[in-house]
Design a protein around this ligand. Structure first.
Ligand code: IDP
Length: 149
C-alpha cells in the first residue's frame, strides 16, 4: 500500500529470568528453556545457584512490605534457581507474554505458568517487568564478561 510504515522497529533487548525452585525441583529447566528459544529469545547467560536469604531479600526488596514477602523469600531460598539473561526483539515484554500471569489460574494457555506453575507463589519463573528493572536485575547477578550475545 501507499501508507508509510511509521512503526518503531522492535529493539533488541535483554531481560533477567529466573527459573524458580519449584521448577528446578521438578527437573523442568530444559522444557522452560525450550519455550524461550521457540519464542525467539536467546539464552546469552545462565547459571544455577542457591540464593541466600540476604540475596533473596535484596532481589525482592520492592515487595518487602507485602504480606507474602517472608513466604516468597523462604520459597526462593528453598532450592536451586537458574538465573539467566534472555536476549531478543522486545525481550522484556516477550518474556512476560511467554511467562503468563502471576497467578497460574489466570495465565493464558500455553504459557510457562499455565503449564508448569504450582500456585501463585511457586509460579516457576521470574521475569523483569521493564527495561530499567531488567538492567538492574541483570547487574545483580551477572558481570559483563559472563554475558555472551
Ligand atoms: P511477577 O513475578 O508476575 O512480576 P510480582 O507481583 O512482582 O509478580 O510478585 C513477585 C512474586 O511474588 C511472584 O512471582 C510470586 O512468586 C510472589 N507472589 C506475588 N503475589 C503473591 C501472593 O499473593 N501470594 C504469594 N506469593 C505471591
Amino acid at each position: 500500500g501507499s501508507t508509510p510504515d511509521t512503526r518503531l522497529p522492535m529493539a533488541t533487548e535483554r531481560t533477567l529470568s529466573i527459573i524458580k525452585p519449584d521448577a528446578t525441583r521438578r527437573n523442568l529447566t530444559g522444557r522452560i528453556n525450550a519455550k524461550f528459544e521457540e519464542a525467539g529469545l536467546r539464552i546469552v547467560a545462565q547459571k544455577r545457584i542457591r540464593l541466600t536469604k540476604d540475596q533473596a531479600e535484596a532481589f525482592y526488596g520492592v515487595h518487602k512490605e507485602r504480606p507474602f514477602f517472608a513466604g516468597l523469600v523462604s520459597f526462593m531460598t528453598s532450592g536451586p534457581v537458574v538465573v539467566q539473561v534472555l536476549e531478543g526483539d522486545d525481550a522484556v515484554a516477550r518474556n512476560r507474554a511467554i511467562m503468563g500471569a502471576t497467578d497460574p489460574r489466570k495465565a493464558e494457555a500455553g504459557t510457562i505458568r499455565a503449564e508448569f506453575a504450582e500456585d501463585i507463589e511457586a509460579n516457576s519463573v521470574h521475569g523483569s517487568d521493564a527495561a530499567d528493572t531488567a538492567a538492574q536485575e541483570i547487574a545483580f547477578f551477572f558481570a559483563g564478561v559472563e554475558i555472551v550475545g
